[in-house]
Design a protein around this ligand. Structure first.
Ligand SMILES: [Zn+2]
Length: 273
């Protein structure tokens, strides 16, 4: 979903500033692959606006502020399936990318109104997964809504996230009949308000990686949740420091939080998240 929380908002205005300046694409990462495929469909080159400084292909931040060496990768029980609106993979501020960095079991598919990727249908039908479509319950038939992550028969949770602006996500939800059979995981007001308290934000909208963090928290993977959240903080810091021509302070609290989240033992880091 679009970056809307207070600390993310500054990124959204930047999204056109992507581009041709990217170097080689890291093809092992799901959103990077989707981005490359999306760019290949363009008939005109994607022209950068504003700064022409070269962006790192691995993290999408201007090379002088690259955060690739800080990228955490964690084994997870749950997986993530990103269904991305057309332009999302091209935005350097897209946070679905960060989920794919951290969680190797992340898949990314482009959404169109008239067609569906067969790979997406195969993933949703794969018996190892119990898919959960993450969407606000108030817009859905109550019979579909679940608030807990309790997959049957040892299946692994698969969080299906509509990575788009809110209006786009509503359209995607309405016009994707192949999602109609999935339970809808609705984040609860209490969980959301607790998150806002921890993050000192009052914004009603969370960006995609924040939603993913809350999903992993619901699934009991608290350390994964903490790392995803801390990594978003580091990404945001590097991105904005680059934008404002400030040096990165690798020893500051944002970086320390990522380090702490990685070294904490599972089950002991709720206070960090
Ligand atoms: Zn980088």
């Amino acid at each position: 979903m679009a970056i809307n929380s207070a600390r993310c908002t500054a990124l959204t205005s930047e999204f056109h500033r992507t581009s041709a300046a990217f170097g080689a694409i890291p093809m092992t990462q799901a959103v990077a692959r989707l981005r490359a495929a999306r760019l290949a469909l363009r008939t005109k080159p994607f022209i950068a606006r504003g700064s022409k400084a070269e962006r790192c292909a691995g993290c999408r931040v201007i090379a002088s502020h690259c955060l690739c060496t800080l990228r955490p990768v964690l084994p997870t029980h749950a997986g993530v399936c990103l269904i991305m609106a057309d332009i999302e993979p091209l935005k350097p501020s897209n946070t679905g990318w960060l989920i794919a960095d951290v969680v190797p079991d992340t898949a990314a598919f482009g959404w169109t109104r008239t067609a569906v990727d067969p790979g997406l249908l195969a993933m949703l039908a794969d018996p190892q997964w119990q898919p959960y479509l993450v969407f606000p319950g108030e817009f859905v038939d109550a019979a579909r809504v679940v608030t807990e992550v309790q997959p049957p028969n040892g299946k692994r949770p698969l969080f299906v996230l509509l990575d788009a602006t809110w209006p786009e996500a509503r359209k995607m939800f309405r016009k994707s009949p192949y999602l109609n059979h999935l339970p809808v995981l609705s984040l609860q007001p209490e969980q959301l308000s607790n998150y806002r308290l921890r993050r000192s934000t009052r914004d009603d909208h969370l960006c995609t990686s924040e939603v993913a963090a809350l999903c992993f928290e619901l699934a009991g993977e608290v350390r994964v949740a903490a790392v995803i959240d801390a990594y978003l903080g580091v990404f945001t810091e590097h991105y904005l420091d680059a934008k404002h021509h400030r040096p990165v302070d690798l020893a500051n609290a944002v970086h320390q939080r990522l380090s702490d989240s990685l070294t904490a033992r599972e089950g002991s880091q709720a206070s960090h998240f």
